[in-house]
Write a protein that binds this ligand. Sequence first.
Ligand SMILES: O=C(O)CCC(=O)C(=O)O
Ligand SMILES: [Fe+2]
Length: 264
Amino acid sequence: MKTELSAGQIEQYRTHGFLVIDDFLDADELAVWQQATDEAVEQRLASTKTLTNQKDPDTFYAQVFTQCLRLATTHPVMHELMYDPRLGEVAGTLAGVDGIRIWHDQALYKPPYGNPTGFHLDNPFWSFYSKDAISIWVALDDATIENGCLWYLPGTHKKATFEATPINENLGGIFKMYPEWRQLTAVAAPVAAGGVVFHNGLVAHAAGVNLTPRARRAMTCAYMPDGSTFNGQRNILTKAYFETLTVGDTLNNEDENPLIWRKK
Ligand SMILES: O=C(O)CCC(=O)C(=O)O
Ligand SMILES: [Fe+2]
């Protein structure tokens, strides 16, 4: 795992709100990630009826991606991969924070000839608000312009608010809230399998249509800076935990949001 970061990469991340790192995983690591994610997704699809976006495969959303959350809770190898403190260190160093907790992991498989992912911001959906939230997006297949790689509106993390932007079938639904962003030129982030993209939870991003007959697989994890506080939204928190929380409480439950790295 290529965990060293240059000053230039950190600067690039903070300026643009995203950073591509090629060859982050070596070939052996990539094979483990691919196998673990495929298995965890397959088990989840077989064992649950709660995967709402797959109930009716004819809907627009079912054809955006197969989305499986919190696979670390159901698959031991995925647990090991997600709790790796090296991931926390890279995320924490890019974000410039002292500690990193897992918000949620998530497999995102865009199906063959799948629909695009509309522009959105991530952090407004979560149960904490932070300008330093960060996600890793690990390419399990080559992510290309043809099969639905990520696209960013660079620098938008510096202007975005915590108000939720709708993700709807319109690629540019976000421009209703941020009309001035319509003039920006989106930047593609193609990355070969084993490479990753880190992005800020407030940077506007989308993914293209998959114009190939193969899936575009990605494994992702969203991170919460240690010390973040509850904003009243449930999102992925368990009902039992959610019901114990008051707005302003620090989200530091090790089962729900494990601390995977703290700055030495
Ligand atoms: O993989 C995709 O299509 C979208 C990914 C995304 O929105 C994210 O990782 O935050
Ligand atoms: Fe996103």
